[in-house]
Ligand binder design. Structure first.
Ligand SMILES: Nc1ncnc2c1ncn2[C@@H]1O[C@H](COP(=O)(O)OP(=O)(O)OP(=O)(O)O)[C@@H](O)[C@H]1O
Ligand SMILES: [Mg+2]
Length: 235
């Protein structure tokens, strides 16, 4: 199995002097190709922080971060953005779709950023939207779509560049039961069929059932937990 993301001994300290807070205290984890792993824990525990460090959006204070076997913590900003463009897809809670562009253009634009242009990119954008069940919505603007549809556009955009690593921050937060289930089914399929490694932060009981493994972050420590333990904790 190939490791998509590996954090080793990762420390993240915010602030300085008296206001220094250690959010991640020697955290380690591995995410393999085809896996869906959930990260849970109390609000403010550092889940988003961990996701952004794994996603090359910010550097750890110390420790190593490997994406597809390449250590990224010491790369320059421009090298980091290249890693993000080529290897990583993000799904954020607010979807972050560009409102002035249609669904199709949102995906095409993301491909352009990843260096894919022309006929191939157009075809890829169309295929991926069809795969997401949005073939009939391609020319609509985000505000003309339901929350679930916007969510699917944001996933289409995230995986359009053939990302190996998909990071999702509370992806089901604004979805109803059925949409949340659909989304989890989609994540499963993307992981299985395309060998993508998916790391998702969630507070959602429905979502963690989909995960192969659950990690619990609290007090700076990341540890394994079980579905039963989480259910008992949330009950
Ligand atoms: N850039 C920053 N500078 C200083 N402190 C920060 C920064 N980003 C986050 N923090 C602090 O670090 C802690 C962890 O934040 P983070 O957003 O990672 O938590 P979280 O687990 O994602 O919480 P939630 O479940 O509420 O989204 C919080 O106390 C937050 O205020
Ligand atoms: Mg968060």
């Amino acid at each position: 199995m190939s490791v998509i993301l590996r954090l080793t001994d990762v420390v993240k300290v915010y602030g300085s002097g008296d206001s220094e807070v250690c959010i991640l205290n020697h955290v380690g984890m591995e995410l393999e190709a085809g896996e869906v792993v959930a990260v849970m824990g109390p609000s403010g525990a550092g889940k988003t922080t961990m996701l952004t460090i794994g996603g090359a959006l910010q550097r750890p204070t110390s420790g190593t971060v490997e994406v597809l076997g390449e250590e990224i913590q010491d790369l320059s900003q421009s090298q980091l953005s290249k890693v993000r463009r080529e290897k990583i897809g993000f799904v954020f809670q607010g979807f972050n779709l560009l409102q002035a562009l249609t669904c199709y253009e949102n995906v095409e634009y993301a491909l352009g950023l990843a260096g894919q242009h022309g006929k191939h990119a157009k075809e890829r954008a169309r295929n991926i939207l069809e795969l997401m069940g949005l073939g009939h919505r391609m020319d609509k603007y985000p505000k003309q779509l339901s929350g679930g549809e916007q969510q699917r556009v944001s996933i289409a955009r995230a995986i359009a560049n053939n990302a190996s690593l998909l990071l999702a921050d509370e992806p089901t937060a604004s979805l109803d039961e059925r949409r949340a289930n659909d989304l989890m089914g989609l994540f499963r399929a993307i992981a299985q069929d395309q060998g993508v490694g998916i790391l998702m932060v969630t507070h959602d009981l429905r979502a963690h059932r989909t995960a192969d493994r659950i990690l619990w972050l609290e007090g700076g420590d990341l540890r394994k937990t079980t579905h039963e333990e989480v259910a008992a904790h949330l009950a």
